[in-house]
Design a protein around this ligand. Structure first.
Ligand SMILES: Cc1cc2nc3c(=O)[nH]c(=O)nc-3n(C[C@H](O)[C@H](O)[C@H](O)COP(=O)(O)O)c2cc1C
Length: 314
């Protein structure tokens, strides 16, 4: 697999296996497609023309009781494959691999034993995939997921255009933040800045890709996702939509509904920056930080702590 070091998005040298040139792009699945950073990376990384290329999408492995459930990568792996092929790569592998679902801004983290079970299965899958490719056997998988992903394409577009810029702006440090700056130091995208006078606090910029590393790396578990702000934004969107379409939206023309929806999205996107700035300023007050921390369930959620894992290990 392509070796990874430094910040995400930095050019990397493709790995050479004997006299073949292999290049792989890996992405976590977000919104049933690849992350924006991975799409940009596939579109810009050097050395694609003439190389044998493969893509891997990791997705949300989950447990319900003792049953292990797979995630759904949708278009993630195949979208990257398309980009690489359009850049002159010869496609040799497409694969999805379940990893422990990491969206801890949304859900409770998995137990250590469930994490271990998913990771064990992932290691076997990754090894088999890598061996096939190294032995010259093509591994193009995920046709069903791709079909589901194409059907879910509107959701993926909404994720990239609307949810991605909003999600990073939901992060907030509660009163337990010690200004240690580990969240900023470990952010693969350089999206977390420490600002605000002598007692600096983390500020999430729009480069955030919601990788959840900041939440998990914080030794105080002080980083939360601001659920009340998410609820307020949803309420504003619904209010704008209702105002534009009128109360009886079922009788309103489709064009009006689409326009109302776009207006609601644009309004919320425009408001996000200023609203986040105000929330961030207020969160510098200990009492407000405490309140924000106690108004969201993420304070209770388990974290996946791996303090020994450095950026260069990812
Ligand atoms: C914002 C966000 C959206 C996600 N969307 C999906 C999804 O659509 N399908 C899926 O299977 N997993 C989804 N996941 C889970 C991750 O893809 C999965 O936990 C990840 O691949 C784990 O790899 P990582 O720890 O290297 O990021 C999502 C996670 C986040 C944070």
């Amino acid at each position: 697999m392509a070796s990874i070091s430094g910040r995400v998005g930095e050019p990397r040298t493709p790995t050479t296996a004997s006299d073949r040139r292999l290049l792989g792009v890996l992405t976590p699945t977000h919104g049933f497609t690849a992350t924006w950073a991975s799409i940009v990376h596939a579109a810009t990384t050097p050395g694609v023309r003439g190389a044998e290329v493969f893509t891997v999408a990791t997705r949300a492995g989950w447990f319900v009781g003792s049953a292990r459930l797979p995630g759904l990568e949708g278009t993630a792996a195949w979208l990257l494959a398309l980009v690489l092929v359009m850049r002159g790569g010869h496609l040799v592998g497409v694969r999805a691999i379940d990893m422990p679902s990491n969206w801890t801004a949304l859900h409770w983290g998995l137990s250590a034993s469930h994490v271990a079970e998913i990771e064990e299965a992932a290691a076997v899958r990754a090894k088999t995939f890598a061996q096939s490719i190294l032995e010259g056997r093509r591994q193009l998988t995920g046709g069903l997921s791709l079909t589901a992903g194409l059907l879910l394409a509107p959701v993926s577009l909404l994720y990239l255009a609307l949810a991605r810029p909003l999600l990073g702006k939901l992060f907030v440090a509660d009163e337990r933040c010690t200004s240690c700056a580990l969240c900023a130091k470990h952010c693969p995208f350089g999206a977390v800045h420490m600002i605000g006078g002598p007692r600096k606090r983390p500020y999430w910029t729009s480069s955030c890709e919601s990788c959840m590393r900041c939440m998990n790396v914080c030794p105080e578990r002080a980083i939360q996702a601001n659920w009340p702000l998410a609820a307020a934004q949803t309420w504003v969107m619904l209010a704008i939509y209702a105002a534009v379409t009128g109360a009886e939206s079922a009788t309103v023309e489709l064009t009006t509904q689409v326009l109302a929806f776009i207006a609601a999205c644009v309004a919320v996107l425009c408001m996000t920056g200023p609203v986040y700035w105000v929330a961030w300023r207020l969160s510098r007050l200990g009492a407000v930080a405490w309140l924000l921390g106690h108004m969201t369930p993420t304070r209770l959620f388990r974290r996946y702590r791996e303090p020994e894992t450095n950026l260069r290990d990812i």
